[in-house]
Design a protein around this ligand. Sequence first.
Ligand SMILES: [Zn+2]
Ligand SMILES: [Zn+2]
Length: 253
Amino acid sequence: MKRANYHTHTARCKHATGTEREYIEAAIKAGIEVLGFSDHVPQPYKEFVSGIRMDMEQLPEYFETLLALKEEYKDKIAIKIGFEVEYIPQLFEELMGKLRDYPVDYLIMGQHFLDEEVPANYVGRPSQDPCKLEKYVDYVLEGLETGAFSYLAHPDLPNFTGDEVWYEKQMTRLCEGCKALGIPLEINKAGVCENKHYPNENFWKIAAKVGNEVILGYDAHGPQALLEEEIYQMCLLWARGMGIAVNEGFRIG
Ligand SMILES: [Zn+2]
Ligand SMILES: [Zn+2]
């Protein structure tokens, strides 16, 4: 089956490499029929300058570049333009206002931080704090309830090292909430490639039990990531072993 990937970054986020054209050429080679760019959204921070996302001033150029390529490659591949977005309650309305001027095809939620973007708030940092995990689930569900998002990227990003019963309780709440909202969960291929703490087996056992819709996202930070067919297949097999059938037919819009 031809596949789609909606999780692709660009060099604007300051931690990805390659040109958009290289990503597109790699995707075509990989047999991908829909390639969605979802670079880290510029958050409307007041003074803070983020080191892991484009600046607000780069928005017009992001769209100009991708719209031109979308047109150029339209007979070979469908290009979608979106963002990976954290839900920050106090900034969300302003952010949506800024994006309204652009032809945004979709947003995926990637909740990397709770509130301010400082290392202590990174949810992937090992933590035993039950409140931090609970807050993660609160933010994700509140954000998804806005209806702005098409799926949840790496839902298992929290690196919780505390009580297992609490983890199961909170992540069951997350999975049940996503299921009720019709929001698919993403198994993150970059987590596998980079040997990160996710995909987290404990999380995916819960998702399998709840019966969530599950997709596979490349989270490509370089064109080469789109060509790693063996790892892609390994992820599918791994999911099957967990009792999860990845929905490769998932399409946005
Ligand atoms: Zn992410
Ligand atoms: Zn990403």
